[in-house]
Design a protein around this ligand. Sequence first.
Ligand code: ADP
Length: 411
Amino acid sequence: MNVLVINAGSSSLKYQLFDMKTENILAKGNCDRIGLDGHLKHNPVSNGKPVFDSDIALPTHAEAISAVIEKLTSDDYGVIGSLSEINAVGHRTVHGGRKFFGSALINDEVIEVLEDCIRLAPLHIPANLMGINACKEAMPNVPMVAVFDTAFHHTIPESAYIYPIPYKYYEENDIRRYGFHGTSHRYVSDIAIKHMGGKAEGTKIITCHLGNGSSLAAIKDGKSIDTTMGVTPLEGIPMGTRCGSVDPSLVDVISSIENTSIKDTMDILNKKSGVLGIYGKSSDFRDIETAAGVDLDNGDLTDTANTDKRATLALDVFAYQVAKFIGSYIVALGGLDALIFTAGIGENSPFIRRAICEKLGGVGIHIDVRKNAVRASEFLDVTGEGSKAKVYAIPTNEELVIARDTMEIIK
Ligand code: ADP
């Protein structure tokens, strides 16, 4: 049984083909610059055939899916004999609105709900729909499943998801906290629970998904009870280019300074803020840490003489805000058993893990600096002596969760 996992963005489409008997990846790749010129990187990981990495015309998502299928089945780069060996397709879908609390077989109702959710995620849902439609066209008889980023957070209580604004916006317009990165929070918290004895009941966990987009979740008894992202993925901690939680009046203030429309001001808060806004030169944590004099391999500060002050400040602001939210989630959970770091920064940056944990000493959380001084290519326990909670770095695998959910649903 092979499952193709699709993650469609507005100009990109990432894919992985899983053999679900072994859960091994047969091939993976990504189409970039769809609608512009087009580029495809395809890696047939399972059989040693060469990697295809070239510019190729991709005017729409439909051509991108055709190109992916052609590569998956080709003599030179393929891993399967024909299209019939793709048994199901799982789509990463950003928003399930108030209707979907779990993954769902894609049918007309799901499409309708997704179309309705465009008002809640105007940047993401149209791209997800393009991916779904392109696959439907290319593989009309293959069952498809939508796995929603928001679904894991459906257990958040009213007191955490209702915004203190006129209630009619919730009742009439579905405005509430939804939260995102649900598949990642779920995957890494499940792994931590296994390491802590296997029983979800009674566990108190905070997961920090720190990537280009970042969010934290408070997870009690294996269920999300709060998360930092809101009705959109702009709320919460500062991110690569997104501001996170700021005074909402800034929209008015910046619009007045720049003489910009609300839409253009939101662009500033979404694309020019976060650590990029503070540092000014890059949103990539590798660049920022390097400019701040950090040794990327072990997280030590090596060069303190020639550091860029704004790079140091961007890292300080980031670590402070993450630590502050962790503190508030310890209150929400009534304690903490495990703190988990995941995604590009959480897995690969010993410096950021340490900078955050150094601010948590007052609540009894400590890391072992030596154990922490590596990248987490697999489960990594960095708990320090005397720490009241375990501290883990766990590589996330959202694609595998999507493939597993897809199997479960089509069964
Ligand atoms: P996305 O949200 O796009 O999936 P990722 O989870 O891949 O993002 O995370 C990307 C971030 O991870 C980038 O800011 C990148 O700089 C950071 N990152 C990757 N490797 C390292 C590293 N060795 N040290 C610090 N940051 C890293």
